[in-house]
Design a protein around this ligand. Sequence first.
Ligand code: B12
Length: 348
Amino acid sequence: MDSEGSDAQFFTQLKYDLDAAVDMAMSIMEDEGMFKGKDSRFIDHSRSDFKIHFQYVLEAIQAGSASLFTDYVEWNRVFFRGLGLEYVVAPTFRIIRDVLVKMGLGIDVDPILAPGMARLTESYDDVEIGFEGRPYSNLAESYCRALLKGERERAWELIKEAMDDGVGILDIYEHVFQPSLRNVGLLWQTGRISVAKEHLFTSSTQNLMARLYPYIFIKPPSKSKVMAACVSGELHEMGIRMITDILELEGYDTTYLGANTPSDAIVSMLKESGAKILLLSATMTYHMERLQALISVIRADQGTKDVSVLVGGRPFLIDGNLWRTVGADGYSKDMKEAITMVASFDEA
Ligand code: B12
């Protein structure tokens, strides 16, 4: 991800003129007769979906990441299968590739796209949803069932009982909340639960996390200051919040800014707090460019240039090299790794 030169021009031109790419894709759909017999809703959805697809695909190309593109293709296959529209996925990505090639902007996109495009013709199994083989699988299963039925108090009882039996907060977060949320994501993606149910599950989990606070903020911090935030536009904040909570439990003096934090607010709060370690989270692939831009600003500012930046979130789980591409000092895939990494930054 060069900040200068022809690559940057290519992406700036395309990213901020997505409509031209979408128009071209829509005309190809039309010319190929794919809108024949379809109502205006289908056509409108195709237009808005193309816009999102181009954002994802361009971000994967810009990051030089074939795995991000392949993951996105696979995500779409599962999602559109749930809607009974799996047949649109292969032509959609073929058209996206053709548009990018036709725009003739001098970049060979095929090395990034080829592995994902190949997946389009391969068969695949249904995604596995569940807790089998995981630690605390019975507890996680019961918790998930209770919350899916809207039984928040039952879910809280389960957590309380487990804690009374000696299960720690880290295990509750890692083996109950995290896999439950991921399963719920899959249930939504495969069309088995509504957006409303997924939202209810999420807000109930947040409610239960808040009830755990008396067990987390138990003693004055004894270690360094750490600040955490989600990049602007990013609404997925529970992963980074869990990590921040665990760091607080470990004795760090944490400042947690939450979801969708504007870049300039992150930089000024970083100076105000005096934190020497910054945790940044991004779940949506199309937030990588702003994450990278934010890290560049932090590096360029005299007041923040020595801050250690740790990143994480879904795209970093998919592409293990992405943290380098965005200019971070490291990444962690989960809470335990994050504790080790923060400790190593702290000692450095
Ligand atoms: C809850 C949720 C939401 C909530 C978030 C609410 C909130 N307050 O956080 C809401 C409803 C807002 C939401 C919205 C959307 N979501 Co959503 N969401 C989820 C869900 C179900 C759970 C997220 C979660 O909390 N996971 C549990 C945590 C613990 O895991 P985690 O985030 O990965 O974090 C861990 C690590 O990644 C890492 N980590 C994370 N951050 C950091 C930072 C640092 C510094 C470090 C070291 C480590 C680290 O450590 C964490 C702990 O181990 C996921 C499913 C999933 N697989 O996660 C979908 C999911 C992420 N969402 C998805 C989608 C598509 C969306 C929307 C686009 C939907 C829409 N059409 O509007 C929007 C986008 C919003 C936006 N602009 O950000 C897709 C993404 C697919 C993709 N290909 O990218 C997913 C995967 C669902 C799915 N299976 O399809 N979502």
